[in-house]
Design a protein around this ligand. Structure first.
Ligand code: HEC
Length: 286
């Protein structure tokens, strides 16, 4: 992580964009996507689903990525996720029974606002609930226990793979959903950490830049659609909240807890901003 701190700290006087103050989600969305279409006019919209590999100037990374996509190392974890999904519970039921349409072609609606609990719910939460409902032990201790978290990431990766290609379409029509969205939006634009950087500073202003020749930065448009993902560096499938925690850590800010309401709302905001993009998860990432 040291490799990114120094070049970024030296940037100092970059003129960063500022958030719109009181727009509604629909006009936020339009503005957000327009920002990237203008910044990267040669990138076809759907290509933003491929993370940093879509961006001009980062072609060498794209070439490398295409090469390891021939035999993606994430297949191993995904196969374990599939097996978990398909293995019946002790009571004879299974994961598919807990989801609409047996879990197929529904992930594009995640995360979603739940009118019963008045909270955002992620796929991880619904998978865990399914275990509990069927008398199976849920995944716990996700912050401390990497092995357990990776197993959940593998299961979630398989869940998302059942919806591959579906276009992000989350429901933001209720007042509760808008409130959660606003909380996520606030977190996204807030500067934090020793570097005093917001998510937007790196993933909007500096998107497409490559620091120190080995730290390319993705555009926020498309952020959630490839996750759970496997970074070459980590060599295992991971959750998007682990990615958020790493990004917080990179600016020397205290990461939030895995599955916290803060990260759920942030994921809700980021996902809404990627409305219309096809799901590509699980994906390989830098
Ligand atoms: C100091 C710069 C920096 C900041 C600030 C930062 N990130 Fe990142 N982020 C990175 C780097 C580096 C990567 C890995 C390369 C890439 O995909 O951009 C990354 C990757 C990601 C990815 C995965 C992208 C993909 O296509 O797989 C997500 C999602 C993400 N960041 C979200 C966030 C969020 C949300 C915030 C604010 C809480 C944030 N980042 C703040 C540097 C940053």
């Amino acid at each position: 992580m040291k490799k990114i701190l120094l070049p970024l700290a030296m940037l100092g006087a970059v003129a960063f964009i500022t958030p719109t103050v009181s727009a509604d989600p629909a006009s936020d969305l339009k503005q957000f996507q327009e920002f990237f279409k203008k910044k990267f006019p040669t990138v076809p919209f759907d290509d933003f689903a491929n993370g940093l590999y879509a961006l001009p100037g980062l072609e060498p990374y794209r070439d490398q990525w295409m090469m390891y996509n021939d035999f993606p190392p994430l297949e191993l974890g995904l196969t374990r996720g599939k097996k978990m999904w398909e293995t019946p519970f002790k009571n004879g039921s299974n994961f598919a029974s807990c989801f609409k349409n047996g879990g197929r072609n529904i992930a594009q609606g995640y995360p979603y606002w739940d009118e019963t609990t008045l909270k955002i719910r992620t796929a991880e939460m619904d998978l865990n609930d399914c275990l509990k409902k069927n008398g199976e032990p849920p995944f716990t201790g996700l912050d401390q226990d990497t092995k357990t978290r990776v197993r959940l990431a593998e299961l979630t990766a398989y869940f998302y793979s059942l919806s591959k290609g579906q276009r992000v379409n989350i429901d933001i029509s209720s007042p509760g959903a808008v409130k959660a969205y606003e909380a996520g939006k606030k977190f996204w634009w807030q500067r934090r950490g020793q570097l005093n950087f917001s998510c937007a500073n790196c993933h909007m202003d500096l998107a497409g830049r490559n620091f120190g020749g080995n730290q390319p930065l993705s555009a926020a448009l498309g952020h959630p659609v490839g996750w759970p993902a496997q970074r070459l560096d980590w060599a295992r499938l991971e959750t998007i909240h682990q990615r958020y925690a790493t990004c917080n850590f990179q600016v020397r800010a205290k990461p939030d807890k895995h599955g916290s309401e803060t990260y759920n709302n942030l994921q809700f905001y980021e996902t809404y901003m990627s409305t219309g993009l096809p799901l590509t998860a699980p994906a390989m990432r830098n």
